[in-house]
Design a binder for this molecule. Structure first.
Ligand code: ARG
Length: 578
């Protein structure tokens, strides 16, 4: 659709410049509605034509722009071609615009945008996304929450664009802390509590054992002993560890479901712990592993052999490290899943860690390390719940739900809802996600529940509210929405703005996918919602003639489906009533 118009323009450019039309498709973009001074719909910058060798590099840019615009023909699709400053603007026939956009939205609403020609080169292939990855018995902090929703967004986006996606949760389920946890549980753990409130109890035990171990030598040696038993795969210790892990995974599965997130695989450090030896063997054979005076084993990453940069893979006591397990995990995943791209999502404090990891893989001759990406994000300050600082993911969900329910009661919008609690939770979660996705992921931000849950302004609540209002309009007029043939009533300014904005959806998806940044999609959906709510206000359905009502409903129905699909990519479940 968007490509139907791009192609029309490309065809003209091809004739004038004498290159294949495919060259021009990615250079033509839809004019953002907010910046629109002219009535232009599409544009192409002349410098992008220069870069692609479509026009000669000599002479004055403005003269060239004017000459190009003059040579281009006007036809039934492209009605006007105007030279701007270094850009050529194209104005489309508004009836054709409405017809093509609505036609496609009706015949394949879920393919709208995502199946665009512009995105075709991103289709196919397999992406592994590793995200969330909390640590057993420890806090699920705001960073884990960010990783969860960002990773989910990336996985949804890649999937929507036609790639196969494997979602992996890499649990922190190994290391000395499991010695402490095991020894602690043997002293003051309770199977009863572990069954009834597993995550809380494991955390309690972990906090207590850490505190007491500080002054209790015997507890410290019990912990070291427990960890040794684990490393020797001793039955009893391993059974307890396994129980902690299984219970934790079960709990997380349930909570992730409330959040609308799922994983294809729960792996963890423990599993790859057993594979670190073969990594070390390979490094040894390749002559890449050096033993230092301190007794540690390191890989030289300087490239010059002077150890100005290196990674430690084995401690002096012979135990492996976080990074050794990550090397083993990467190799194992490559073999098992055959991905052609792997994405890790963690806060920016782990940037060096991942750069080292990719570097090690490269010196091990794994060229695919170039297709490994670390998506880093900044810190969230001040996210707390009534229980204080965030410790459990579920507390965040409870807080979002109860605060949102309260707001809904105050504005008495919740009265007719069958499941106000569930709606409040969905809307509350959308609000969290939007707040988090608004800015560049690398920025730190300060969290504020009141701001997050506002109904006005660019919030998740506003998106949901717009979606619910469109649903209610369509519900009330269910019969008329089925077909729409006559688009002639859709030539007013508001309808045209909506259509022009729809024309840009594929470009926004492309930008989000290229940069792995949700804010482009968030901004797009905000503008879509603002345009939709003013159209909803100004373009009545009730009281209009049958033809006008039908055309408007058809437009609103298309807008609703783009809004819903965009929200789903962000990881938001659109509500139909609120
Ligand atoms: N469990 C780690 C943490 O909480 C995050 C794991 C990130 N993934 C990885 N492959 N190292 O910090």
């Amino acid at each position: 659709m968007a490509c139907f118009f791009r192609r029309s323009v490309a065809l003209q450019l091809a004739k004038v410049c004498g290159l294949s039309e495919d060259v021009f498709i990615p250079l033509i973009s839809a004019v953002p509605v907010s910046k629109k001074q002219s009535a232009a719909d599409l544009r192409v910058s002349v410098s992008s034509l220069l870069q692609n060798g479509a026009v000669a590099a000599d002479g004055d840019l403005q003269t060239k722009t004017q000459a190009l615009a003059d040579q281009m023909k006007r036809d039934a699709v492209v009605e006007e071609v105007v030279a701007g400053r270094g850009v050529i603007h194209f104005r489309l026939n508004k009836l054709t615009l409405a017809q093509k956009v609505l036609e496609q939205l009706r015949s394949d609403p879920d393919g709208f945008g995502v199946k665009s020609e512009l995105l075709r080169h991103l289709q196919g292939g397999r992406t592994l996304v590793e995200f969330s990855s909390p640590n057993i018995a420890k806090k699920f902090h705001a960073g884990h929450l960010r990783s969860t929703i960002i990773g989910n967004f990336i996985a949804n986006l890649k999937k929507a664009l036609g790639r196969e996606v494997i979602r992996v949760n890499y649990l922190g389920d190994w290391g000395m802390q499991f010695g402490l946890l095991g020894a602690g549980f043997e002293r003051f753990g309770s199977q009863e509590k572990l069954r009834t409130r597993p995550l809380e109890h494991l955390f309690e035990v972990y906090v207590q054992v850490n505190r007491e171990a500080e002054s209790d030598e015997s507890l410290r040696s019990a912990a070291a002993e427990f960890f040794r038993r684990l490393e020797r795969s001793e039955d009893q210790a391993l059974t307890l560890w396994r129980q902690f892990r299984e219970i934790t995974v079960e709990e997380y599965k349930r909570i992730y479901q409330r959040l609308g997130v799922h994983f294809d695989h729960y792996s963890g450090e423990a599993f790859h712990q057993h594979q670190t030896q073969s990594v070390l063997d390979e490094l040894m054979t390749r002559g890449l592993l050096k033993t230092t005076e301190k007794g540690t084993a390191v890989v030289d990453l300087s490239g010059t052999g002077d150890m100005s940069s290196y990674a430690t893979l084995v401690r002096s006591d012979g135990t492996s490290l976080y990074i050794s397990r990550d090397v083993a995990a990467a190799l194992d995943r490559k073999q098992r899943f055959g991905f052609d791209e792997m994405i890790y999502v963690t806060d920016k404090s782990q940037t060096d860690h991942f750069q080292k990891l990719f570097h090690i893989l490269r010196v091990m001759g794994r060229q695919w390390a170039d297709r490994c990406v670390h998506v880093a994000f900044g810190l969230v300050q001040g996210m707390s719940t009534r229980r204080g600082e965030v410790v459990f993911l579920e507390d965040v969900l409870e807080e979002a739900r109860s605060k949102m329910l309260n707001n809904m009661r105050l504005s008495s919008t919740s009265k007719e809802l069958e499941e106000p609690e569930q709606t409040a939770e969905r809307v509350g979660i959308s609000a969290l996600i939007i707040q988090d996705f608004k800015g560049p992921l690398m920025s730190d931000y300060k969290f504020d529940w009141d701001k997050v849950l506002q109904a006005q302004g660019d919030t998740g609540v506003f998106l949901q509210y717009t979606h619910a209002r469109l649903c209610s309009l369509l519900r009330r007029n269910a019969r008329e929405t089925l077909s729409c043939c006559d688009v002639s009533p859709l030539v007013d300014g508001r309808s045209v703005s909506l259509l022009q904005h729809l024309l840009r959806y594929d470009e926004v998806l492309l930008q989000s996918a290229n940069e792995l940044q949700p804010r482009h999609l968030v901004n797009y959906l905000m503008t879509l919602s603002h345009l939709a709510s003013s159209a909803h206000r100004e373009l009545p359905v009730k009281g209009s003639s049958a033809a006008v009502a039908q055309a408007r409903l058809c437009l609103f129905s298309g807008v609703r489906s783009v809004l819903a699909n965009g929200m789903r990519i962000l990881g938001i479940t659109p509500v139909e009533k609120m």
